[in-house]
Design a protein around this ligand. Structure first.
Ligand SMILES: NC(=O)c1ccc[n+]([C@@H]2O[C@H](COP(=O)([O-])OP(=O)(O)OC[C@H]3O[C@@H](n4cnc5c(N)ncnc54)[C@H](OP(=O)(O)O)[C@@H]3O)[C@@H](O)[C@H]2O)c1
Length: 347
């Protein structure tokens, strides 16, 4: 079947990091012709992550290609396939994985969307079938767009947890609200931190019974002590660690001996001098520190299967939906940290 469109609209970075100038531009560009194993997807929704705002503002800790297309969380519909494609057909709902070289977690190279290669903030995208994953059928496009990055990251960060264990989740951003949802569904006890009492109250009300425990990390600079008090001095079984250097040692100190810290984020200003106590603390507490890089294609398939089986609605994770044409405003909204949960562009 010939592609229904020869051009696409895409949101590319301006790479102008001067405060107050636009960080993105809407461009029209030719679509790459389909190779025998590639798939053309009509994108219906794109979810934003902190990473998009950080990359657009020049803060990404890893190199990025010049003027690249933003975005690594999207949902769309297959509208054309190359003649050797075996795993997807026209009409399927699909999205690419964030690290397109991580199929099974055994690969030793990586290529991140929106950094090493163009991302998904466009109305049409073309990817090889091997990096595409089917999305759950019960979700709306806006809900499904949150699955590939924020969802899979939360899934990977909580991997291995058992019912009855305690998780510490930091902040009320996109990955955190997903982790909250999964932790509740998995029967974990939840301790949530935030810099805002209002956000903590809002999340406590949303989650209802059993009540979650909360700590305001801005009011209590030694919040790890509060977390220890909440766990009778033992510490939590697992941390969804979002701060990076500013919070990692504190997170280790309030994790039980032999527990797990999943290093997901780097939201605070990163300063290696804050890691002076890292080695003694990690040895003393015998904590397993694991890096999270979204997840593999197999992780995404497992997560989608879990969602499909539980039919968990995700609408309550959405803070605001912007039209595709307002990508600039949406990226700025995330950069200012105004959201509780996810910001999504509808195409
Ligand atoms: N490793 C991966 O695979 C992966 C995947 C996706 C994202 N990430 C990273 O994970 C982090 C979270 O991403 P996101 O998209 O969820 O971000 P987000 O939606 O922008 O989250 C922002 C929220 O995080 C909280 N926060 C800010 N600074 C914090 C700090 N120093 N300590 C604890 N919480 C803090 C704030 O919550 P309150 O206002 O409630 O305080 C803020 O509203 C980012 O660093 C992102 O780059 C990593």
């Amino acid at each position: 079947m010939p592609p229904p469109s020869t051009h696409r609209r895409a949101i590319r970075r301006t790479d102008d990091f001067t405060p107050g100038t636009p960080k993105t531009k809407l461009v029209s560009e030719p679509l790459t012709p389909l190779s025998p194993t590639s798939v053309l997807i009509k994108v219906h929704a794109i979810a934003l992550n902190y990473r998009d705002a950080n990359i657009a503002n020049g803060g990404n800790p890893w190199p990025v290609t010049p003027n690249g297309i933003l975005g690594n969380d999207a949902a769309g519909e297959v509208i054309a396939v190359g003649d050797k494609v075996k795993t997807l057909v026209v009409g399927d709902r699909a999205a690419p994985i964030t690290d397109t070289e991580n199929i099974s977690n055994r690969e030793h190279t990586r290529s991140w969307l929106a950094a090493d290669e163009d991302g998904v903030m466009a109305d049409y995208i073309v990817f090889d079938e091997r990096v595409l994953c089917r999305l759950p059928s019960y979700l709306s496009w806006v809900e499904a767009a949150m699955v590939p990055c924020a969802g899979v990251t939360a899934w990977s960060a909580l991997k291995g947890m058992r019912i009855g264990q305690t998780v510490l989740i930091q902040g009320t951003g996109g990955v955190s609200v997903f982790a909250l949802k999964l932790a509740r569904a998995a029967g974990l006890r939840i301790i949530l931190t935030s810099s805002s009492d209002a956000k903590l109250a809002q999340m406590s009300e949303k989650l209802g019974n059993p009540p979650i425990s909360t700590v305001n990390y801005a009011k209590f600079p030694d919040w790890e002590e509060e977390v220890l008090k909440l766990t009778n001095g033992v510490g939590v079984d697992i941390v969804v660690e979002n701060g990076g250097t500013s919070s990692l040692v504190k997170s280790l100190k309030c994790t039980r001996r032999g527990g797990v810290v999943s290093q997901v984020g780097y939201l605070a200003k990163q300063d290696p001098s804050q890691l002076r106590e890292l080695v003694p603390t990690i040895i003393d507490r015998r904590v397993i520190l694991r890096g999270i890089n979204a997840g593999s294609k197999f992780d995404m398939e497992d997560f989608c299967a879990a969602l499909e089986a539980a039919q968990t609605p995700l609408t309550d994770l959405i803070d605001r939906v912007f039209p595709f044409e307002q990508a600039e405003e949406a990226v700025e909204y995330v950069w200012q940290g105004k959201q509780i949960g996810k910001i999504v562009l509808r195409v």
